[in-house]
Design a protein around this ligand. Structure first.
Ligand code: OAA
Ligand code: MG
Length: 218
């Protein structure tokens, strides 16, 4: 299973997802997930960690979400559980799963589907970040079942492979392909350094256009 150095993860946590998304796109690849996959529980800080991936499909059979349970109990600390349920209007995550993820020291979850028990999660596990398409009280049982663990999935329109780096904050979620993690970090840091300079130029010149002129772009 892919892991990243704490220095790399810490550097990503200090960046805005906007910078990371732009840096991924400079490699000709889309990084950002659809905005509908948004922050439901903020967690302690920006989420950054390697993806473990689960897929769920509609199925009326009553079966526990075995691949999701395995993802929680068997993934290394710091993993981000990513569940592709095809935008399902059911809760593929809830309070008990959060307790399991916290017990296993996982970093957070990203769900292309719903989450429930949001009040309990915010109350009992406020440091655990949850990103989801929506909140909904409906159980998956008898409606969806899990079909794969650590196979490529699609989340918010973006293919996520196991080990890809997931970065998420209030703006949303970005996937950094695992082969691009070092170079995207360097580019995103350059973007933020440039933006700090632009901000200073805007304030000192008293003009947005004058502040942007040096780099001729937002
Ligand atoms: O039922 C589920 O799959 C999710 C849930 O409510 C929990 O984890 O507490
Ligand atoms: Mg529950």
């Amino acid at each position: 299973m892919t892991s990243y150095s704490e220095a790399t993860l810490e550097a990503y946590r200090s960046l805005a997802t906007a910078s990371v998304a732009d840096a991924v796109e400079q490699r000709g690849v889309r990084g950002y997930l659809e905005g509908a996959v948004h922050q439901v529980v903020p967690g302690a800080r920006t989420l950054a960690g390697p993806a473990v991936t689960v897929r769920e499909v509609p199925d009326p059979e009553l079966e526990p979400p075995v691949h999701a349970l395995a993802a929680i109990d068997e993934s290394p600390a710091g993993s981000v559980v990513c569940i592709d349920a095809g935008a399902a209007d059911v809760a593929v995550w809830g309070g008990l799963m959060t307790a399991g993820a916290v017990a296993r020291k996982l970093a957070g979850c990203v769900l292309d589907g719903g989450v429930r028990d949001v009040t309990e999660i915010r109350r009992d596990f406020p440091d655990f970040p949850v990103y989801a398409r929506h909140a909904v009280p409906a159980t998956t049982l008898g409606r969806y079942r899990t079909v794969s663990l650590n196979e490529p999935v699609v989340l918010g329109g973006v293919t996520v492979r196991p080990g890809d780096l997931i970065v998420a904050d209030r703006d949303g979620v970005v996937r950094v392909p695992k082969g691009l993690v070092a170079e995207v970090l360097a580019t995103a840091q350059d973007i933020e350094n440039r933006e700090k300079e632009q901000t200073a130029l805007i304030l000192s010149s008293g003009s947005l256009r004058d502040g942007l002129a040096k780099y001729n772009r937002i």
